[in-house]
Design a binder for this molecule. Sequence first.
Ligand code: NAD
Length: 241
Amino acid sequence: MDMITASRKMVIFTGAGISTESGIPDFRSPGGLWTNNMPIYFDDFVRSAEMRAEAWRRKFAMEDSFANARPSRGHKAVAHLVRIGRASHVVTQNIDNLHQAAGVGDEQMIELHGNGSFAKCLSCDRRHELDWVRSEFERTEESPNCPACGGHVKSATVSFGQSMPEPEMVRAQEAALACDLFIAIGSSLVVYPAAGFPIMAKKNGATLVILNREETELDAIADLVIHDEIGDVMEPLLGLN
Ligand code: NAD
């Protein structure tokens, strides 16, 4: 708490663990939807109509738990720290839109792996809503093409083998280098390049705090490691002003 009060420019970095309390399984949950299937690589999505259809089939199978999810105590506390001006940015690996649902605005939000609450055309970048994709998919049993340009329509997330979004990478780097306190919450810190940001901030002189119920890859370099439940630790921060 003292570290947060003392910080003038804090960056909050989140992973799947902040959303488990919202009912979305993290990457490692045994039997979770994420672990049941081999990932579909970006090149396979582009190359194969069958893979595109399979990607949408999986997406809509998971959609109910995503669509009904509400921000956790962790999301609410993070949004509060942004609102009262303690946190300059929220850098997330998550694609579930729950930081925004808790009230974090576009200026503070940096999504490294995209956003699964809508789709985009891979050719013209036009946004498409999931309801439209779903009705087309259910009607034709094929992944729809963009009505404007005919390109492939894909969930607006970053797939394995797909390049990282350049503007978000630049913004995350700037935020990591400008902060005096970097808090990594609910990430196993094994997915790169995302996990490079806590290292970058620490090397640049920021204090690094890691909050996770289990050990992470970067515990050894952190100034403070809290092995606890995210909601329990973050909830009292809602009282900060
Ligand atoms: P991860 O699954 O590798 O790690 C999650 C970490 O959070 C684990 O170390 C776990 O111990 C911890 N954790 C889970 N619930 C917790 C709780 N209530 N309190 C404290 N700790 C808790 O997740 P990652 O590091 O974000 O990497 C997974 C990748 O998969 C990311 O790239 C992400 O894009 C994607 N993913 C996203 C979502 C989502 O959007 N909600 C969900 C699953 C996976």
